[in-house]
Design a protein around this ligand. Sequence first.
Ligand SMILES: Cc1cc2nc3c(=O)[nH]c(=O)nc-3n(C[C@H](O)[C@H](O)[C@H](O)COP(=O)(O)O)c2cc1C
Length: 372
Amino acid sequence: MSKPLLFTPFQMRGVTAPNRAVVSPMVQYRANDGLVNDYHIVHLGKFALGKFGIVFTENCAVEPRGRVTQGDLGMWDDSQIEGHKRLVRFLKQEGSLAATQITHSGRKGSTPRSFDKPGELGPKEAGWKKWQVVGPSELAAGEGYDTPKALTEADLDDLCVKFGQAARRADAAGYDIIEIHGAHGYLLAQFLSPISNQRNDQYGGDRAGRMRFPLAAAKAVREGWPEHKPMFIRVSAVDGAGGWDVEDTVAYAKELKAIGIDVIDTSSGGLTGLSTALPVKRGLGFQVPFAAAIKRQADIPTMTVGLILDGPQAEAILQAGDADLIAIGRQALYDPFWALHAAQELGCDSDFEMWTPEYGWWLDKRKANLAK
Ligand SMILES: Cc1cc2nc3c(=O)[nH]c(=O)nc-3n(C[C@H](O)[C@H](O)[C@H](O)COP(=O)(O)O)c2cc1C
């Protein structure tokens, strides 16, 4: 039997993922001053022991006001490199590629954690404070969100520099892959949609104008990131509010490809309200058709995400040629050994050989005990 596609390597520039199972970026609200701590190492380290081919950190802000919450990780200061280095070292030691996502939250920053009760802002003892959020125009994302201050053209130039500097820090920390979070209604997505971007300068107006800042930020990251390392961008294929559609994303993806983006990580929604407010009915693999459309129409590799639960489902997506990489979010929280279990479901690791030998040797022996 030939090896399932899920467990075949995937090469991007000078970097090869050992398999196509990816841990999706998932913010944990556990950082102070944006610094990686033991929590992040244990949380993400589990997935490397679980043999995911690529492990993504949560979104790391390129400046403090680009965080979503005060507990998000950062990539805005050199003092943050050391913690990332420690994390990267562990992920790579266990055989995963280390990937990070950099972001600016724009008008969707300065929020409570998703599970905070009304009126709460983060852990009580931590004394989190709000900050002035920024965006393309002075329009709030919805109820419960602050009204942003509109960014000037000089602010946007400065932000491009910050995106580039964040890329250099990520490289110094040793990450193999960088991704810009350009989805879920955060800053780049706010520029793309005419609902949130009502500027009359060169960064607003028609689609080309609205794409200008996201493309400039992506270019700055590509320039700050080594040629041999791949760069992804996460997009919302549709903004969930009727301002930006798949056809727009295909045009955007073609431009991104031209400036050296290697993979389009395809999500959806989030422009208004919660980042989880999605426009399409959430069923198994509900965002796969978006990844497939972008892959085919813009001729660029895609990563898909969203309610992918098991190995056979992931393998069917890859076999259909709908995406190149499979990102797993909540199912990885439920089962950090998802990739290894998927390999068993797909019949390619019945002897626990893919597991770290400290686990696998014993599990194989246990299997023999149980069979007796
Ligand atoms: C706890 C949690 C935190 C998340 N944080 C991020 C994030 O930092 N960046 C991002 O692009 N998406 C984030 N997401 C979205 C996930 O990456 C993923 O796209 C989404 O959960 C759908 O995939 P799933 O059905 O496999 O969970 C988060 C999701 C969860 C559950």
